[in-house]
Design a protein around this ligand. Structure first.
Ligand code: PEP
Ligand code: MN
Length: 334
């Protein structure tokens, strides 16, 4: 609909859709209202739609995902989180511990992020662990530590939400809601974050196809939250030499097919700190909009994901190399 469209104009379009034998979902976005119509609409009916008052355009979208697709939106979505813009020329360089463990650890880690020119802090407080006997995260106490560490350096904070019931509480502490790989198809959770005012980082499921990832993003977009970032964090394949297999193809494929920004997570993709740097550089060369990297001041003592954590010093080395590669592909870091 045009920006000037009134509620009556939208109602008129909805009535016409029903009259033509289709169903609709109305998405009230910040920039515009969209009436999404399901099923194949013949050209004659599309022509009728175009003539209705305040209809801006009628576009057929051939893919099962609509709002996420490039045909839906011109240009790239830029997600603004405090001073960080994800999806523009500047790369996002988000780092932090797998989990908040104790105050000094989160403070030291945040200092390490800033020392490397990082522009976002990550850290888990609610941890999706394969075993119920493993460290499950500190919960709200962890969020308090992470928030303090983020505030000292004015960094936006990314943290995973695992439960719809935590949404209101998490909104008090975090700047970005992360949906973890294990929850990529937790549709109730996707709908809930779709109603939030906070941006969402949606990670690819353990064995999810790119179409499934994009359809998961569609759940969030369809609830009116336009600030969605996708994350390639490796998928499960028959290869077991590394924790996961990083799907480098995903980056150019997603860039071509969606306007949403793509962040690469070489830490979970490899599970091995000796491989993180190479995969991070490859992701930036392939066109990723940023990186999500796990670090720990003492990786050998980490309560979760220590083998893949870089030290703050190693992060510094990586950031210099990322900055070099960024220039080659027309991007920048700082
Ligand atoms: C994490 O970011 O710490 C995490 C649990 O990631 P993933 O959901 O990709 O496994
Ligand atoms: Mn982790």
């Amino acid at each position: 609909m045009k920006q000037s469209a009134t509620d009556e104009d939208v109602e008129r379009v909805k009535a016409k859709v029903v009259e033509q034998g289709h169903e609709h979902i109305v998405i009230y976005g910040v920039e515009r209202t969209v009436v999404a119509v399901s099923g194949k609409v013949i050209e004659d009916n599309r022509a009728i739609m175009r003539l209705l008052d305040n209809v801006h355009e009628v576009i057929p979208v051939g893919r099962p995902y609509k709002l996420a697709s490039r045909s839906f939106k011109e240009g790239n979505t830029e997600v603004k989180i405090k001073d960080l813009v994800v999806g523009g020329k500047e790369l996002a360089f988000i780092a932090g511990p797998d989990s908040a463990e104790y105050r000094e650890q989160t403070l030291e880690t945040a200092e390490g992020v800033v020392a490397s020119g990082g522009n976002g802090l990550r850290g888990g407080a609610f941890k999706p662990r394969t075993s119920p006997y493993s460290f499950q995260g500190l919960g709200e106490e962890g969020l308090i530590m992470l928030r303090e560490a983020a505030d000292i350096h004015n960094l936006p904070l990314f943290s995973e939400i695992m439960d719809v019931q935590h949404l209101e509480m998490m909104e008090k502490y975090v700047d970005v809601l992360q949906i973890g790989a294990r929850n990529m198809q937790n549709f109730k959770l996707l709908e809930a974050v779709g109603e939030s005012h906070l941006p969402v980082l949606l990670k690819r499921g353990l064995s999810a196809t790119l179409e499934e990832l994009l359809l998961a993003s569609e759940y969030i977009l369809a609830r009116g939250n336009e600030n969605v970032m996708l994350c390639e964090r490796g998928i499960r394949t028959y290869e077991n030499a590394t924790r996961n297999t990083f799907d480098i193809n995903a980056i150019p494929y997603l860039k071509m097919n969606t306007h949403l920004p793509i962040i690469a997570d070489p830490s979970h993709a490899t599970g091995d700190r000796t491989l993180v740097e190479s995969v991070a550089l490859a992701a930036i060369a392939a066109g990723a909009d940023g990186l999500l990297i796990e670090i720990h001041p003492r990786p050998d003592e980490a309560l979760c994901d220590g083998p893949q954590a870089l030290t703050p010093d190693e992060l510094k080395v990586l950031s210099r190399k990322v900055s070099d590669i960024a220039k080659v592909v027309g991007r920048s870091l700082n």
